[in-house]
Design a protein around this ligand. Structure first.
Ligand code: AVJ
Length: 325
């Protein structure tokens, strides 16, 4: 099995750690404090996210899974034998639907999962090797920006970059533009981009999905502080912060925050950072944007990404775009 699995740790480059730390310093030094959502995904955070995906209120994963089950064979037929680069692969659960479709058509497939959680990446890859006897895996542990710049040479005729699960929603419009440019730079003309995004829908449905009754989303949000404590020798006291999520209708986005329950000072020793919080002050830890089909298609098109197929569910809650450069 080891011959079919390569794991490359992109995070081990020294300069990247510096960049990561400066993200945190910058975000916490602003008048309106923010932290990058990728810090959710410690190994524990990735497990909590898996739990979120199973929650009754969190329609996102369930809806996209149903779409994939309907259209995976069509996607495989369109691309033919193909390498799948998946940005933010997590547990690769939904990806199995695609892998099955390629298998059933007898198409060889190489899988290049990219994830910031090395633990999740490694355990998912090892399980995939067991379950898919012909699959070759080249896993990249690190951010998708880095991975897109350091993809290994292609071994099959075409490539598809997959960005499913609505992770795009974490990027603000400016970051989205930069991201699409990075994607098109990594692709050759004729290659594919598979994008899954959560669509606009009534506010109460969205807000329930980010304020689940079991408190898993709250734990996921607070886990970011534990992760930062470990990474940068910090002393965030998670009992002194509270989860807060609401739908900002004018921006069409969920905003997740952590609210400081008292006036306090927190230190991240490794970063040489002291942060003061007023009582009630918040850190915004995530935006989760909700898109509409026409706008996203136009934006893709402005980057040369032509949507060949758009798949949705009966309610039009989620959109899956198969684009070609
Ligand atoms: C993984 C970014 C798609 O925005 O719905 C879930 C993360 N945050 N619950 C999302 C998340 C809170 C999720 N994405």
């Amino acid at each position: 099995n080891s011959q079919r699995l390569i794991i490359k740790h992109l995070r081990e480059v020294a300069s990247i750690l510096t960049v990561a730390g400066s993200d945190v310093v910058n975000g916490l030094s602003q008048a309106r404090k923010t932290l990058p959502p990728r810090y959710f995904y410690s190994d524990r955070g990735s497990e909590l996210f898996e739990e979120i995906c199973e929650l009754p209120e969190y329609y996102v994963t369930r809806t996209e899974t149903a779409i994939l089950e309907d259209c995976a064979a069509e996607i495989a037929e369109i691309t033919g034998k193909c390498e799948l680069v998946e940005l933010g692969s997590g547990s690769s659960t939904k990806t199995r639907i695609l892998l099955d479709a390629y298998n059933q058509l007898g198409l060889p497939l190489r899988y290049l999962p990219v994830d910031v959680s090395a633990g999740m990446l490694e355990s998912s890859a090892k399980q995939l090797l067991i379950d898919y006897s012909n699959l070759e895996i080249y896993a990249l542990a690190g951010t998708y920006e880095l991975a897109l710049q350091q993809l290994p040479a292609k071994e099959l005729p075409t490539r598809m970059i997959g960005f499913i699960g609505s992770t795009l929603g974490n990027l603000n419009p400016g970051e989205c533009e930069i991201f699409f440019s990075q994607v098109t730079q990594a692709l050759q003309v004729g290659e594919y981009f598979l994008l899954g995004v959560d669509l606009q829908k009534p506010k109460h449905i969205i807000e329930a999905a980010y304020n689940d009754s079991q408190g898993v989303t709250a734990e996921f949000n607070l886990n970011m502080l534990e992760h930062l404590n470990r990474l940068y020798n910090g002393n965030f006291d998670t009992s002194q912060f509270k989860h807060w999520a609401f739908y900002n209708e004018s921006e069409n986005q969920i905003e997740m925050h952590l609210r400081s329950l008292k006036q306090q000072t927190v230190e991240l020793h490794t970063l040489n950072l002291r942060v003061n919080f007023a009582a009630g002050e918040t850190i915004m830890t995530e935006i989760s944007r909700k898109f509409d089909i026409e706008t996203i298609q136009q934006q893709l098109k402005s980057h040369g990404l032509v949507s060949k197929k758009v798949f949705t569910d009966v309610n039009n809650w989620f959109g899956l775009f198969l684009c070609q450069l």
